[in-house]
Design a protein around this ligand. Structure first.
Ligand SMILES: Nc1ncnc2c1ncn2[C@@H]1O[C@H](COP(=O)(O)OP(=O)(O)OP(=O)(O)O)[C@@H](O)[C@H]1O
Ligand SMILES: Nc1ncnc2c1ncn2[C@@H]1O[C@H](COP(=O)(O)OP(=O)(O)OP(=O)(O)O)[C@@H](O)[C@H]1O
Ligand SMILES: [Mg+2]
Ligand SMILES: [Mg+2]
Lengths: 258, 258
């Protein structure tokens, strides 16, 4: 079971869009996939049309040990892909859990409980909020891999050192398995000199870790959430669908090398 | 003195770009402007090329009462515009200040102290992080006005109700003067049906509050931070410069009505 956190404290870079569509590409490739919404804005849950009421099982209730990991999973319209939605209370969770014992590993503990009778899925993807607070730390403590979702613009390079520092810290203190195994360039427009330059710098700073596949700007990707659909359901012939299919294949191909 | 918080918990919508360039447009219009960086990613400080070392005065040191508001101000290359940069410690401030007495009004207290001998500027703009935690709450407690910076895409509409709820809560509990006086449509591409639809919905939900001026997609706006410059210094003839000049004029015109 691969557990992958989609992280970047920079906002609006494509984390949620990637979690949904990479997840769907892996499910279409025959894998059993679970997506976990750890963003108080619940964009992942919204994208798949399943926001829950405040009493229902959710990632908030899993973190606060009010329900088990398994109870909080719902099916999506993509075969083989399930979702753990979040609810409105997650926005208070960071302050609420600040003093809890083992606050950084609440999610990992819930997953270990869920897996004690065998591995219930092949891929577990965590959609993180645009910050490096307790929710992202919980995802990094639970995950084996971190994928950095990066927009090819100026601020992208600036935030990277802080992000890698935090990943190293989590690896040292809480999760020795954690590795940053991939950088996904998103919202890429190869007509722009700035985008090409930033992509070039990313490839030189992080040789071997930047996916060859870039996710290009494609309005179909921005439209699909308003229909509660993945790109494969909304616009299967679009460049967005092709890009995420290629990314899915690249992620699967990593298994061969491991 | 107008104190305006540029807020939206959704990431990557143009908050920092608007703080810098609206600030510069107001300064070019003859106003004395101060920009405050309240985002741990320090994008505002980076955009203006003035990130500070961890011992220097900063918004972090102002919030933790280690220096006064005035001591933390630096000049920028735009006449009449000063900046309060932030430093790397701000990312820990939310947890660090969680238990502090009056934690929500630390910024307001520092500003009141700064203004006791008269108003040192005409416009105070607060650049907020992509969350509704303590740093954004401090900005909303200090500000008289909130400008919602909104990208015209699906998720923009979803997050608005939560944002307006938090603004109402701050108004009720901490800051009765606070009003949401403007919505700024950013990253607008009028060729896209989705963008036109979302803009139309925003104008019908919030009649009178959405600025007539939209800030269009313009790569010059994304390039200017890599040179540490405002759009007026980097590409004064660009559509980005024209849009922010028009926005500045619309903001100034509000004073006549008030
Ligand atoms: N490749 C793309 N082409 C066009 N639009 C895109 C693409 N990827 C994402 N978007 C749109 O850009 C916006 C930001 O994407 P998304 O919400 O996935 O980013 P995020 O990193 O999850 O944001 P946040 O930091 O707020 O969680 C959304 O409106 C989304 O629909
Ligand atoms: N009108 C525009 N046209 C083109 N690019 C833009 C425009 N406005 C902002 N950008 C670019 O889009 C990205 C996001 O903008 P910005 O960083 O200002 O958003 P933000 O809301 O401050 O993000 P965060 O939530 O991370 O603080 C940046 O790379 C910026 O350069
Ligand atoms: Mg997201
Ligand atoms: Mg910003």
């Amino acid at each position: 079971m691969r557990q992958i956190a989609l992280v970047n404290q920079k906002g609006g870079v494509g984390k949620t869009t990637t979690t949904v569509n990479l997840g769907a590409a892996l499910a279409l490739g025959g894998k059993r996939v679970v997506l976990v919404d750890l963003d108080p804005q619940a964009n992942l849950s919204l994208h798949l049309g399943s926001v829950v009421g405040s009493g229902a099982p959710s990632s908030y209730r899993v973190l606060t040990a009010q329900c088990s990991f398994a109870e909080a999973l719902v099916d999506t319209s993509t075969d083989g892909m399930r979702l753990m939605p979040t609810d409105i209370h997650l926005s208070g969770a960071e302050l609420e859990l600040a003093a809890a014992l083992g606050r950084e590993t609440l999610l990992r503990d819930a997953i270990e409980e869920w897996c004690k009778d065998g591995e219930p899925c092949d891929y577990l993807l965590f959609d993180c909020p645009p910050s490096l607070g307790l929710l992202s730390i919980n995802a990094l403590s639970a995950a084996d891999e971190a994928f950095l979702v990066v927009q090819t613009e100026f601020f992208a390079l600036q935030g990277m050192s802080k992000l890698l520092e935090v990943i190293e810290l989590v690896k040292k203190r809480m999760n020795p398995r954690l590795e940053c195994t991939g950088l996904i360039p998103c919202l890429y427009d190869n007509r722009l000199r700035l985008a090409r330059e930033v992509l070039g710098e990313l490839r030189s700073y992080f040789p071997d870790r930047v996916f060859a596949t870039t996710i290009g700007q494609n309005v179909k990707l921005a439209e699909s959430p308003s229909f509660g659909k993945t790109i494969f359901e909304y616009a299967p012939q679009s460049s967005g669908a092709r890009d995420y299919t290629a990314l899915g294949q690249a992620v699967l191909a990593m298994e061969e090398i491991a």
